[in-house]
Write a protein that binds this ligand. Sequence first.
Ligand SMILES: [Cu+2]
Length: 149
Amino acid sequence: MERRTFIATLGAGATVGLAGCLDAGGDPTGENEVGMTIDSFRPEELVVERGTTVTFINTSSHAHTVTAFQDAYPEEAEFWSSGDFDTEEEAIEGWNRNNGGALYGGDEFEYTFEHIEEGESRSRYDYYCIPHYVPHQGTEMRGYVIVEE
Ligand SMILES: [Cu+2]
């Protein structure tokens, strides 16, 4: 009987926790926006026209970054990230030093996608969140933007 009570209590706690997560994070409301949960970007794939400014909004209560994977963007484009770092290495150092590049709950970061690889009709920009991209632990907070003509 005691054991059964314990399980019932645990179940109720889990349900409340899940509802809290859904409230705290999720899909943004506007066009060309990317929201964030506690460990993912929403949506993970976004397709935009060249020249579109995308707003990344931290719709969660956890600190995140928006950080390009080095060279995972058209050759004509430059490295891009929240915190305005020049390379992925600097972005990681900045985060480790003092949470550089952090977007806290409600913070926004904008980036304009202006380039498409020469000779292609679309290009892909891959990005991730530094503290929540730990593939060997099964955590991969990442996303990508496809830019079209
Ligand atoms: Cu994150």
